[in-house]
Design a protein around this ligand. Structure first.
Ligand code: SF4
Length: 366
């Protein structure tokens, strides 16, 4: 690949200071971490735990929950006890909720120190977070920029977003706090990219990448793949969140797809399927969709093909570890482009599942 010049597309990762949230390291050369946020009512700890477990199974490595009030703070220890990935409390404005969340044992906080009402409160939060070695994410969003910056820059420009973030950073640094990561989110892809590039040139804190209010699954996947993908390809970014309007579990294949496409990390099944054409004589689209759902929880990296015809399918998917190709009434199983066995069409998917289970050593939930 290096000879073909393909690897020249990726650059070395930007050096950043490492921070640690529970068992997960962000920055400092650690692999880019996939995270998400629940959309359950945090006060309903059972529903929140259930969603986090589904996220974990789909590849989420860090999870954030909204903490809007004291009842949500009270649910945090229960949530943390029943999950195995680090937990981040997302807090707006109220420093008491931040202190409560730290006492409750969270692994990370998301709070903007400039919005909690003065130096004294910032000091209290910074002190307790430092004592507990809990990092804080500063998250600047184009929709909630300070008024003076909006007046000065006229709109949420990349410069305005960066200036806002660095103000918040200084408030924490004033109290000797440096366990910081930063995000700068805009719903506009090019503003997001320009803002992170500028920030990366001004600080070595680790960066959390994301495009905010990205839209429903298709729109969100496109915007996130572009915004996050461009930055990662430039070596910028230490953790990411794909945000879509919908079930957060659906963010996971997109997040892992971005990392896999850039050859930064691998996880689970990479499903390759043909676009179908006039040679297709079976319901390939339905079969590919079923396969994608079934393989969602597989962790071992493996390339699986679902192809529409016996004549071209195995050759077109030569790179796949294992695959099936459909015909009329029958189909074949192939490995690395070689045909292995002819099967009735209705047995193709179950046979593929058994092969994936055998090759990965993992059970596929029906
Ligand atoms: Fe058409 Fe066969 Fe290629 Fe699918 S694999 S696009 S059915 S030629």
């Amino acid at each position: 690949l290096a000879k073909e010049g393909i690897l020249a597309l990726t650059v070395p990762r930007r050096p950043t200071r490492p921070i640690r949230l529970g068992t997960v390291t962000i920055g400092g050369g650690a692999p880019v971490v996939v995270q998400s946020m629940t959309n359950t009512d945090t006060r309903d700890w059972r529903a929140t735990v259930a969603q986090i477990r589904r996220l974990e199974a789909a590849g989420c490595e860090l999870v954030r929950v909204a903490v809007p009030d004291g009842e949500a703070v009270a649910a945090l220890p229960l949530i943390r006890k029943h999950i195995s990935i680090p937990l981040i409390a997302d807090i707006h404005f109220d420093h008491r909720l931040a202190l409560g969340s730290l006492e409750a044992g969270v692994d990370g906080l998301r709070i903007n120190p400039g919005n909690i009402g003065g130096a004294d409160r910032v000091k209290k939060v910074a002190r307790l977070a430092l004592e507990r070695r809990v990092p804080i994410r500063i998250g600047v969003n184009s929709g909630s920029l300070e008024r003076d910056l909006l007046e000065h820059y006229g709109r949420p420009t990349p410069e305005a977003l960066v200036e806002s973030a660095l103000r918040h950073v200084r408030l924490l640094e004033d109290h000797g706090f440096g366990l910081i990561k930063i995000s700068l989110k805009s719903s506009d892809v090019l503003t997001t990219v320009a803002a992170y590039r500028l920030l990366a040139s001004r600080t070595d804190y680790p960066l959390h990448l994301g495009v905010t209010e990205a839209g429903t699954a298709v729109q969100g996947a496109v915007k996130s793949a572009l915004g996050i993908g461009i930055l990662l390809a430039e070596g910028i970014g230490d953790t990411l969140r794909v945000s879509i309007t919908g079930d957060p579990v659906d963010e996971m294949p997109i997040a892992w797809g971005i990392l896999r496409a850039l050859r930064l990390r691998e996880r689970g099944v990479e499903l390759v399927s043909c676009p179908t054409c006039g040679r297709t004589e079976m319901d390939l689209i339905g079969l590919a969709e079923k396969a994608e759902r079934l393989f969602r929880t597989v962790r071992t990296p493996i390339k699986v093909a679902v192809m529409g015809c016996v004549v071209n399918g195995p050759g077109e998917a030569r790179e796949a570890d294992v695959g099936i190709a459909g015909g009329r009434g029958t189909g074949i199983l192939f490995k690395k482009g070689r045909m292995i066995e002819k099967l009735p069409e209705k047995e193709l998917l179950s046979r593929l599942v058994r092969e994936v289970e055998a090759m990965t050593g993992e059970a596929v939930d029906p």
